[in-house]
Design a protein around this ligand. Structure first.
Ligand SMILES: Nc1nc2c(c(=O)[nH]1)N[C@H]1C(S)=C(S)[C@@H](COP(=O)(O)O)O[C@H]1N2
Ligand SMILES: [Mo]
Length: 331
């Protein structure tokens, strides 16, 4: 193995990396070696070569067939194409992340996710609904047909990407849960597992576990996607495996990763970033180029990894689908 030459994007400065090629080459190597996506032996063999299996790594030897992604990529839904932007390279999408449970270094997250176990995984449906209960990950991907949608994604910090997500409509899960008339908000809670989340010790005063919320009508909008895959592959841990929310008209922090609980409530609930800094991060947090962040402009998206600058669009380009839900002043 020592004579196999693999580009190592992590050894290069960001500007010099050609990540997409490196990613494809590494996958080709993994396949050529006949290694499964996540067996412990494969992971150790790759680690010995200075490589890692994207997404699921050490500790991932309990993968089932569904865990390996037999339900992916699902059917491409052409209603959600983004014709005016090129797709972001896979490697960039997988190696430039915000995930404070691991680290605040965007290029460091993917290196630190190795101990995080994505299986077994269950999601609790709770609160004001007629059909509460606990659903296993495998149940979810069997119950709800998976589709692929290309969405713009915009972090409040101005970086942006355009990627194909694989998942099922949040509205479908909500219909299954059957909310009561008194339910007005939906809360999403991330897994609370500090022993496998090395960044937690650096931010002990944050209101963990990560939690976010939507008004019920927002959550029922056609755009909300519960995501289990990225680029047709199982969702990498650093991107929120095994289950995360994508609501593309909102800033990135409204898209929680590693969800274990979805709860229906009556009153507007607290949310992670709004609690930390309410003047900078509102409850709604819809993408809006006209409202500057207190510390920077929101007029442009900077596409990763090139940093190409493009105008930020109202509601991130999804005004047609979502604008009617809001009144002026919703922040
Ligand atoms: N659990 C959890 N979810 C999270 C975050 C986080 O720190 N923890 N960061 C959010 C932020 S600020 C952004 S921009 C997106 C980044 O998603 P990506 O890494 O898949 O691009 O995840 C969001 N979801
Ligand atoms: Mo973000």
């Amino acid at each position: 193995m020592a004579n196999v030459r693999i580009p190592r994007p992590w050894a290069l400065p960001d500007s010099a990396a050609t990540p997409h090629d490196a990613y494809l080459n590494r996958r080709a190597l993994i396949r050529a070696l006949g290694l499964g996506a996540a067996s412990a032996a494969a992971t150790r063999a790759l680690a010995a070569c200075g490589l890692s299996v994207e997404g699921y790594s050490e500790g991932g030897d309990t993968q089932t067939v569904t865990g390996l992604g037999s339900y992916l990529p699902g059917t491409r839904n052409e209603a959600y194409a983004v014709p005016e932007r090129a797709l972001t390279g896979e490697e960039a999408a997988r190696t430039y992340n915000n995930y404070y449970e691991f680290t605040t270094s965007k290029q460091g997250v993917w290196r630190l996710v190795g101990d995080f176990e994505v299986e077994p995984w269950t999601v609790e449906i709770a609160g004001l609904c007629h059909n509460p209960g606990i659903l296993g990950f495998d149940d979810l991907v069997r119950m709800f047909p998976i589709e692929e949608r290309v969405y713009r994604f915009r972090c409040v910090e101005t970086w942006a990407m355009t990627v194909p997500w694989n998942g099922f409509p949040l509205a479908s899960l909500i219909a299954h849960a059957d909310p009561m008339g008194s339910a007005r908000y939906v809360v999403f809670t991330a897994v609370d597992r500090p022993a496998q989340q090395p960044g937690r010790e650096n931010r002990p005063n944050d209101p963990w576990p990560y939690h976010e919320a939507l008004r019920l009508d927002e959550a029922q909008n056609e755009l909300g996607l519960l995501v289990v895959g990225l680029y047709g592959e199982p969702l990498p841990t650093q991107n929120g495996a095994p289950l995360r929310l994508i609501v593309p008209w909102k800033y990135g922090y409204k898209n929680p990763k590693a969800i274990v609980r979805i709860e229906f409530v009556e009153e507007q609930p607290p949310t992670f970033w709004n609690t930390i800094n309410p003047t900078e991060y509102g409850f709604y947090s819809n993408v809006d180029p006209a409202v500057p962040h207190p510390r920077w402009s929101q007029q442009y998206d900077y596409l990763i990894p090139s940093r190409e600058q493009v105008p930020t669009l109202p509601y991130n380009g999804y005004a047609e689908q979502v604008a009617s839900m809001y009144v002026p002043g919703d922040r």
